[in-house]
Design a protein around this ligand. Structure first.
Ligand code: NAD
Length: 514
């Protein structure tokens, strides 16, 4: 039995039993692809609706429409583009409850996190509105007399957005809201596991574009699996591909886009750790660790996967942590009293089980035993118990991101060793230290400290605000999106020099007399 009225939510968001494969805003079509996918909720195992998959021909049609739309959209003044993004933010505000609930039901994250994800979309729209008046370039002094030199940023063209299931809508908005104010048009290929929330978002955005008399093609959606992502990655008509997902996917997209000398923005897997120093406030550290490790059932790119604990507080913190895990409530994420909802599907459950076996075979010892939950309320077969292992950082399984609630804990003796362990994995997304010791905190944040894109003090690894640039190093892909100056990747930079004199001096004093 559902705690929210799913049929009325689907009706409010205009999700029907059978949904189209693509949209260019005004136009929606089932497409000529032959496949469609039944979307089953991991919450209760029930079918929500079906989504059609687009074909290569559909993809081509969408790209051509987007190309056409770019010709007019790029000429709309940036603050006017910002005004349209502001209206999209307003529509998202009005639909926050329904959209947040669908995010929760389709993906399996808690209702609060579903609302939180929509709030992030609203926040990035607000950010983008301000940004639309701040797409600044620099002016510089020319070395030549009576010359002026400056740089400006121009729209890039089509931005392809490939997104992952775990943030089914927020990632789109981080990219699209910025890309639109920058004058770009977007084609979004959401995860094939969560197309319904994507269809709902496209309907919201398309309605706003239509109301403002904007040509179709500024906001496009195309449903399909990796084959659509591959078409996009290889397509020279798409100057920027922003791809969020696994490192395996990012390596394929990065190689394909790089091969044609396109631009890619990669937001890939993490293997995030928290250092618990002997100077930590352990009572403060505990909720940060537990939320980081089990929140969203371990399916955040910023989920805490490793805990590096000073030997002097190791046993005490381990006991606190194990006790806290006994208090976790598992079950329907729409019930706000539950802490841990389901994994996305049964494949993810299998990967969780495989990781546990691998950890044991490499010598890890159980602190909190995992397992698949069965029985009343767990009929979808996607609910698992969060597990904790004592492990060594060099274990193959510890070096690898398993997208499930498995936490590896290990000891350290001094801060240098802790930082080395923290950095000693292929990924470089999020990191944190819990300490009240100023020198230790500053060392962790210094150039000799964490090598991640995100480094926090007295905050866990999980989650981030939209105001900062978001992304990570090494196998996390190196891309940055959302706040700060992440907008620059969506534009092309041009340096302009104007000679307002009556002769033509060459740079570097070169003489070329005729
Ligand atoms: P996934 O890699 O399986 O799929 C992500 C998207 O890529 C999907 O839309 C999929 O269809 C597409 N895709 C897959 N292979 C492709 C290929 N070869 N070419 C083009 N497109 C392809 O990832 P997932 O299971 O949906 O998401 C979980 C992963 O995403 C985790 O690794 C997580 O850490 C990562 N993630 C990273 C961030 C970040 O900002 N760094 C945010 C969210 C999720």
């Amino acid at each position: 039995m559902n705690l929210i009225d799913i049929p009325s939510i689907l009706e409010e968001l205009k999700i029907t039993a059978h949904n189209p494969a693509w949209s260019t805003g005004l136009n929606w079509a089932t497409g000529d692809g032959e496949t469609s996918k039944t979307i089953v909720s991991p919450v209760d195992g029930k079918t929500i609706a079906t989504a059609s998959f687009a074909s290569a021909g559909d993809y081509d049609h969408v790209v051509k429409t987007a190309q056409q739309a770019f010709k007019t959209w790029r000429l709309v003044p940036a603050p006017k583009r910002g005004e349209i993004v502001r209206q999209i933010g307003e529509e998202l505000r009005a639909k926050k409850k329904a959209l947040g609930a669908l995010v929760s039901y389709e993906m399996g994250k808690s209702l609060q996190e579903g609302y939180g994800e929509v709030q992030e979309m609203i926040d990035i729209c607000d950010f983008a509105v301000g940004l639309s008046r701040q797409l600044y370039g620099l002016t510089m002094h020319s070395e030549r007399s009576r010359h002026r030199m400056y740089e400006q940023y121009h729209p890039l063209g089509i931005v392809g957005i490939i997104s992952a299931f775990n943030f089914p809508v927020a990632v789109w908005s981080w990219n699209a809201a910025l890309a639109w104010v920058c004058g770009d048009v977007c084609i979004w290929k959401p995860s094939e596991k969560t197309p319904l929330t994507a269809i709902a978002c496209q309907k919201i955005a398309a309605q706003v574009f239509e109301k403002n008399g904007i040509a179709e093609g500024v906001s496009c959606l195309i449903i399909g699996d990796r084959t659509i992502g591959e078409l996009m990655s290889n397509d020279t008509r798409v100057p920027l591909v922003s791809a969020t997902g696994s490192t395996r996917m990012g390596k394929a997209v990065g190689a394909a886009v790089g091969q044609r000398l396109g631009r890619s923005l990669l937001e890939l897997g993490g293997n995030n750790s928290i250092i618990i120093s002997e100077h930590a406030d352990l009572n403060m550290a505990l909720p940060g660790v537990v939320f980081g490790a089990v929140g969203t059932a371990g399916q955040r790119c910023t989920t805490t996967r490793r805990l590096i604990i000073h030997e002097s507080v190791y046993e005490a913190f381990k006991t606190k942590l194990a006790n806290a895990y006994t208090q976790l409530r598992f079950g329907n994420p729409l019930d706000e009293t539950n802490h841990v909802g389901p994994l996305i599907d049964k494949d993810a459950v299998q990967q969780y089980l495989n990781a546990i076996e691998k950890a044991k075979s490499e010598g890890a010892t159980i602190v909190v035993e995992g397992g698949v939950l069965a029985g009343n309320g767990f009929e979808s077969g996607c609910y698992v118990k969060p597990a904790i292992f004592e492990a060594e950082n060099h274990y193959e399984i510890v070096q690898h991101e398993t997208f499930a609630p498995i936490l590896y804990i290990m000891k350290y003796k001094n801060i240098e060793e802790a930082i080395e362990l923290q950095n000693g994995v292929p990924q470089g997304l999020s990191s944190a230290i819990m300490t009240t010791h100023l020198r230790e905190a500053e060392k962790f944040l210094s150039h000799g400290g964490s090598d991640c894109g995100i480094a926090n003090v007295n905050i866990g690894t999980s989650g981030a605000e939209i105001g900062g640039a978001f992304g990570g190093e090494k196998e996390t892909g190196g891309g940055r999106e959302s706040g700060s100056d992440a907008w620059k990747v969506y534009m092309r930079r041009q340096t302009n020099t104007i000679n307002y004199g009556d002769d033509l001096p060459l740079a570097q004093g070169i003489k070329f007399d005729l």
